[in-house]
Design a protein around this ligand. Structure first.
Ligand code: ATP
Length: 895
């Protein structure tokens, strides 16, 4: 796309020759040279020259030629009436948009109409409802500290549409990265000293001076007591708010951002980007959020936008304070036990409007009369909610009931002032109710009287003149008139003045009609102007209650989120989790993966038992359910700490400080860095940051490198987690040799998933059992996935060859781990298990290759191919890639 910021070169270089309008366009582009300027001309937002070409392409608009006395220019116009959809496209393409609106009434301006940039729309600072989803939209800023003491960085975020604003210190780059991931901003400002962040959104470079200590202290002072914040926090949040102000153009200060929250990321269960992604809390691993395939969508039963955002925030920041968790759970339990109360609350809450956004519009003087009505309608449900909650027992619900603010005065002000079904525009009358404002009533009375007089005039004049087809009418050009057909012109009274001659008739006015007309028009105009003033006064009065309204919005949000959790809680097989001290075992009985179980009719529940400091090594065939099982444990813990009931028969949990996940290389969707490198740096993060209160879920770590190195790394990491950290760990692996650790380390144990082989068919039981697995069935899975018979047969032969060699010459084993692995032997599948007490590497299971480096024989090729076949992720391979891959394998085996 060609440059879309700054003035188009061909206009800028001959600026003095341009028409005044294009000169103004160039000026605005120059003044906002970091944004794409949309320039209001009539009913369109116009762009010109190269910018127009880019906009036309992106928005699929027709490019037109605009000709004036100075030349011909390409132009593209976005219709003002449905600008939102086009602006959305421009934002999606990564542009910032500056809207230059007419700030003078064209009908009252002799020369060129003045235009000013009234708003800069960026992905993270959108406030228009049409451009916003109900979800939170944050712009975040990250900066580095000036001084050597204290945390290195700070991360601030603000949702300009609601006023939610927070700031947190970050000790190091990883913490800053983690916090940014958790906020999930739509736009990130990299302030001075910001670390290199892998941002999930466009990054904006903004004026570094805006983050200077003095400037930010001054900005922050108009929002909060700046003494509450540390130097680095002040700079992060102050600079961010200055940016938010700048984007809102004329609106300037964002008064409704009045509750800036400082927080410590350690005050909630920490989930980094990898955990958010691999647990699929908000996005599935394919990067989408299709209905129902994320944890959030699965448990979201909220009925209003306030609750939806609150539930998302609870899930993003689960609690770590056991008392707070229990309090939430008490409320959920109470509500889940009372069907009628739940139904009534849901019913009432579903009538609530998005109070947070309404209040911010009121405060920014952007709210129209309908918005005020929506505020009143939301206030109207509060007394009923309070009544209904009288029945509840839980402390949290009683506290909410007491706290719910009816704001009676505000409600009655709106109800008495604003018409019931007001028009969208606030300048065209019909907004203020009769009886609210004396002067307005009087002016309206004058207008009404005048119109009545005109309405009666026709009958009166017919009687007076005897002209029975005389008509009184009105048109835009001539105003009111009395129309008489030619045949009756003789009877027209003397005082009639001719106004217009038509084909068969004449139109007249009388001095009295003209006077009345002026009176009506004057009164109507005056009434509109007065209404607008009165409306602004009412809106300003409502704005005075911003804090209280935001407090109410907060309570409604909490109530809806609690209701949502309780609605989920009454679903089949959900239970209230119990929390105990960290020393006890984390036990889940008949747990289910909340998302997979919803779509999988035959989902098999599984138990989990993780004593403090234990490491569960999970082996089993591909597709048998290892990842699902581990994730379900993680999700149950997250959901429980968010205050929700969990999908299990019972769950006895400990409060975790962090959940770490590391999924294997082939499952990694992130690009850029080498996948192995990324895997290792994530593993480093885990080994560095995990504590004994953490849950670590490792899925096939070490797969991105050679088998020997991979196994060595997997083993060393497991030992470290067990010996040094003592974090509860689950490790799904195809490295069967790792299972030997169970015999060597006190708290390492084996679990496996079973599949039944019936001839060539494999049926997955999806059931976890104790002990290591005996077979991977990789070749059978390849066959089930449709790999051609000849390749399957060849693979099978190669596997068997490999086994024979492995069994016949144990001395060649190059495993850097004990080769005579002592496992507990339990749970080895009956149909496969050897009777001997010494566990062997089971047939078909991935193990370290028994390779003589000097022996360049078929066996090397077979090992390689078998390993590659196993590694092949069929779920992520297109048919074409699969065919190519097969061709390549076939070439290699037939060489
Ligand atoms: N407990 C279960 N009950 C029913 N179906 C399940 C269960 N667990 C997993 N599945 C199904 O099996 C599929 C494969 O599961 P999963 O990805 O967890 O296997 P895996 O053992 O991790 O495989 P791989 O080793 O290839 O990564 C899932 O997509 C799901 O449809």
């Amino acid at each position: 796309m060609s440059a879309v910021t700054g003035p188009p070169a061909e206009l800028a270089e001959r600026r003095d020759e341009l028409t005044p309008m294009l000169q103004q366009y160039v000026d605005r582009c120059e003044a906002h040279d970091d944004a794409l300027v949309l320039f209001r001309v009539g009913d369109f937002y116009k762009t010109f020259c190269g910018i127009a070409e880019a906009v036309a392409r992106r928005c699929e608009l027709t490019l037109i030629e605009r000709e004036d006395s100075t030349g011909t220019y390409a132009a593209a116009g976005i219709p003002v009436d449905n600008a939102a959809e086009y602006i959305e496209r421009l934002l999606k393409a990564g542009h910032r948009v500056a809207v230059a609106d007419q700030v003078e009434d064209p009908s009252e301006t002799a020369g060129i109409v003045e235009r000013a940039v009234t708003q800069i729309i960026t992905p993270g600072t959108v406030v228009d409802d049409e451009l916003l989803s109900p979800d939170s939209t944050y712009v975040a800023a990250v900066i580095g500290a000036d001084d050597a003491e204290g945390p290195e960085f700070a991360v601030a975020s603000v949702d300009v549409s609601t006023g939610e604003c927070r700031v947190a210190p970050a000790a190091d780059r990883a913490s800053a990265q983690e916090e940014v991931a958790r906020v999930g901003p739509a736009e990130l400002l990299a302030g001075p000293g910001a670390p290199n962040i892998d941002a999930p959104c466009p990054t904006t470079d903004w004026d570094d001076d805006a983050f200077a200590a003095d400037a930010t202290r001054e900005t922050l002072a108009s929002y909060a007591d700046s003494d509450r914040f540390t130097a680095v926090e002040t700079r992060a949040v102050g600079g961010l708010l200055a940016y938010a102000e700048y984007t809102q153009g004329d609106d300037g200060s964002l008064d409704y951002v009045s509750r800036i929250q400082r927080y410590d990321p350690a005050d909630c269960l920490r989930l980094d980007a990898a955990a958010l992604r691999s647990l699929e809390l908000f996005e599935n691993r394919a990067g989408g959020d299709r209905d129902g395939d994320t944890l959030f969508e699965t448990i979201n039963e909220t009925v209003c936008a306030l609750g939806r955002r609150r539930l998302a925030s609870w899930l993003r920041r689960p609690l770590v304070d056991r008392r707070a968790i229990e309090r939430r759970l008490d409320a959920v339990a109470d509500l889940s036990a009372r069907t009628l109360l739940r139904e009534e609350l849901r019913d009432r809450l579903s009538a609530a409007y998005d109070l947070e956004r309404l209040v911010s519009r009121v405060s920014r003087e952007r709210a129209n009369a309908r918005d005020l009505r929506s505020v009143a309608q939301t206030l109207a449900i509060v007394p009923d909610l309070k009544d209904a909650l009288a029945d509840a027992d839980a402390d949290r619900l009683q506290a909410l009931r007491e706290d719910l603010d009816e704001l009676r005065k505000v409600r009655s002000l709106i109800e008495t002032a604003i018409a019931e079904d007001p028009p969208q525009e606030i300048t065209e009358g019909g907004v203020i109710r009769d009886g609210f404002h004396d002067e307005l009533d009087e002016v309206r009375g004058t207008e009404r009287e005048g119109r009545e007089w005109v309405a009666d005039l026709e009958q009166q004049e017919r009687e007076r003149t005897g002209i029975d087809n005389l008509e009184v009418g009105h048109n835009q050009v001539h105003g009111y008139y009395i129309e008489v057909t030619d045949s009756h012109l003789d009877s027209v009274p003397e005082e009639y003045r001719r106004r217009q001659t038509l084909k068969n008739s004449e139109r007249f006015v009388t001095p009295e009609l003209r006077r009345r007309e002026d009176e009506i028009l004057g009164a109507a105009e005056r009434a509109d102007a007065l209404e607008y003033d009165v409306f602004r006064e009412v809106r300003a009065e409502v704005a005075e209650a911003t804090d209280r309204l935001q407090g109410l919005a907060d309570d409604l949000a909490d109530l809806d989120a609690l209701l949502s959790l309780s609605t989920v809680a009454v679903g089949p097989d959900f239970c209230r989790p119990a929390f105990h001290d960290g020393d006890d075992s984390l036990e889940i009985e008949a747990g289910r993966h909340p998302v997979v179980a919803r779509t999988q009719a035959e989902f098999v529940p599984n138990d989990a038992d993780l004593p403090a400091g234990s490491v569960g090594l999970i082996t089993g065939p591909n597709m048998s359910g290892k990842s699902t099982y581990m994730r379900q444990v993680g999700l149950i813990c997250v959901l429980a700490q968010a205050g929700g009931f969990v999908p299990a028969k019972s769950a006895s949990l400990t409060v975790l400080d962090r959940v770490f996940t590391r999924v294997g290389a082939s499952d990694d969707i992130a690009g850029g860095q080498s996948t192995f490198m990324r895997e290792m740096s994530e593993l480093t993060g885990i080994l560095h940051d995990a504590t004994e209160d953490s849950l670590v879920l490792l899925d096939e770590v070490g797969r991105g490198t050679s088998t020997a190195d991979g196994l060595a790394i997997a083993r060393a990491a497991t030992e470290f987690l067990h010996d040094e950290i003592g974090a509860r760990t689950m490790f799904a692996t195809h490295y069967h040799d790792l299972t030997a650790l169970a015999g060597e380390r006190e708290r390492v144990f084996n679990l496996h998933f079973t599949a039944i082989r019936d001839g060539e068919d494999v049926t997955f039981l999806h059931r976890v059992d104790e002990g290591p697995s005996s077979s991977s069935y990789g070749v059978e899975v390849a066959r089930m996935a449709g790999v051609p018979d000849s390749v399957v047969e060849r693979s099978r032969a190669l596997v068997e060859e490999g086994e024979t060699e492995a069994n016949s010459d144990p001395a060649t084993d190059s495993v850097p781990t004990p080769t005579k692995a002592a496992t507990d032997g339990a749970g080895v599948e009956a149909e496969e298990a050897g009777a001997g007490s010494e566990p062997q590497t089971p047939p078909g299971q991935q193990t370290l290759p028994d390779i003589d480096p000097n022996d360049d024989t078929d066996a090397d090729v077979s090992d390689e191919i078998t390993a590659e076949l196993r590694e092949l992720d069929l779920a992520r391979t297109t048919p074409l890639e699969a065919l190519n891959r097969l061709q390549e394998l076939q070439d290699r085996v037939s060489r």
